[in-house]
Design a protein around this ligand. Structure first.
Ligand SMILES: NC(=O)c1ccc[n+]([C@@H]2O[C@H](COP(=O)([O-])OP(=O)(O)OC[C@H]3O[C@@H](n4cnc5c(N)ncnc54)[C@H](OP(=O)(O)O)[C@@H]3O)[C@@H](O)[C@H]2O)c1
Length: 258
C-alpha cells in the first residue's frame, strides 16, 4: 500500500514511517521540512496521489490556544480535501485520551484537537481516531512548562503515560487494519498521579526542582479530575513502564538511574 504520514519527521511520525517501511509499504513522510505543508496545502496533492492510507501525526508548532486551533482547523480541512481528491480509503489520526471530557475542554489545545476530530468525522473518509495518553517523552515538556523557581505546582490527577515506541507500534497496526469509524484508546501499563510521575522523571535526570502536588494546578489550562487523563476499559496497553522507557531514552545518560 501507499501510505502518507503527515508529520512523518516528528517523534511519533518518524517511528511510524520506519515501522511501515519494514512491513513492506511505500511510505511518504510528509512535513514542511520535506516540502509538504498541511497548512498552506503546498505539496499535498502530489504527496497524496495514489495513496491508500493517510496517517496524521502532525502537531501545531505553537500550543497557544488560537494558534493550535488555527493549525488543526486549517490543516484538517486541507487534508480532507486532498484525501477525497486522491481517493484515500483510511484516515488515521493521533489525538489525546480525554478529548471530549468536560474537564478537559478548558484547555485550548484540547479544543483544537476536538476541532480536528470533528472535521475527520464529517469528511466522509473511513477513519480511525487513536486517543493516546501522554508520552513519557512529554514529562519533560510538562515540567518545563510548569517551572517557577525550584518549585513546580502540578496536578494530582492520575495519568497513564506511554512510550513513543508503543504509540508507534499501535498506530502502525491501526494504519494497516480496517477503519473502525470511531475512536480507540492506547495507554501505558501503569498509572500514577501526574505530580508524582513528573517528580520521578526530574529526580531520574538529576533536576533539582521539587514538585508540589496541587489538585487545583491547571494542566494546559484545565483543572483535572482524578480520571480525566485515564483511558476507559479496553484500551490497548503499551509494554514499557517508566523504568523500561527511561533506561532506553536519551535522558538516561543525563542523570541518575530511575
Ligand atoms: N505529547 C503527548 O504526550 C501526546 C499525547 C497524545 C497525543 N499526542 C498527539 O501526537 C501527535 C504527534 O506528536 P509528536 O510529539 O510526534 O509531534 P512532533 O514531534 O512535534 O512532530 C510534529 C510533526 O508535525 C509536522 N508539522 C508541523 N507543521 C506542519 C504542517 N504545517 N504541515 C505538515 N506537517 C507539519 C512537523 O514537521 P517538521 O519536522 O517539518 O517541523 C513534525 O513532523 C500530535 O498531534 C499530538 O496532539 C501527543
Amino acid at each position: 500500500m501507499k501510505i502518507v504520514v503527515i508529520g512523518g519527521t516528528g517523534l511519533i511520525g518518524s517511528k511510524v514511517v520506519e515501522r511501515l517501511r519494514k512491513r513492506g509499504h511505500e511510505v511518504v513522510p510528509a512535513a514542511p521540512s520535506s516540502g509538504v505543508n498541511a497548512l498552506t496545502g503546498e505539496g499535498l496533492d502530489e504527496a497524496m496521489e495514489g495513496a491508500d492510507v493517510l496517517v496524521d501525526v502532525s502537531n501545531s508548532p505553537s500550543f497557544e490556544d488560537q494558534a493550535a486551533l488555527d493549525f488543526f482547523d486549517t490543516s484538517g480541512r486541507n487534508l480532507a480535501a486532498a484525501e477525497k481528491k486522491a481517493g484515500v480509503k483510511h484516515h488515521v489520526a493521533l489525538s489525546v485520551v480525554g478529548t471530549g471530557r468536560p474537564a478537559f475542554a478548558a484547555s485550548g489545545y484540547i479544543r483544537a484537537k476536538m476541532a480536528q476530530e470533528k472535521l475527520i468525522r464529517a469528511a466522509g473518509v473511513p477513519y480511525t481516531i487513536v486517543h493516546s495518553t501522554q508520552f513519557f517523552e512529554f514529562l519533560n515538556g510538562i515540567a518545563g512548562d510548569s517551572g517557577q523557581g525550584k518549585m513546580i505546582h502540578l496536578s494530582t490527577g492520575l495519568m497513564q503515560p506511554i512510550a513513543s515506541d508503543d504509540v508507534a507500534d499501535a498506530l502502525t497496526d491501526y494504519a494497516l487494519g480496517a477503519a473502525v469509524n470511531g475512536t480507540v484508546e492506547i495507554a501505558g501499563p501503569e498509572k500514577a498521579p501526574l505530580a508524582e510521575l513528573v517528580q520521578r522523571f526530574l529526580t531520574a535526570i538529576g533536576d533539582p526542582r521539587k514538585v508540589v502536588a496541587d489538585p487545583k494546578a491547571p494542566y494546559f489550562g484545565a483543572v483535572l479530575e482524578r480520571d480525566t487523563l485515564l483511558p476507559g476499559d479496553g484500551a490497548r496497553l503499551g509494554v514499557q513502564n517508566f523504568q523500561a522507557w527511561f533506561g532506553r531514552s536519551t535522558f538516561a545518560s543525563r542523570g541518575a538511574a530511575a
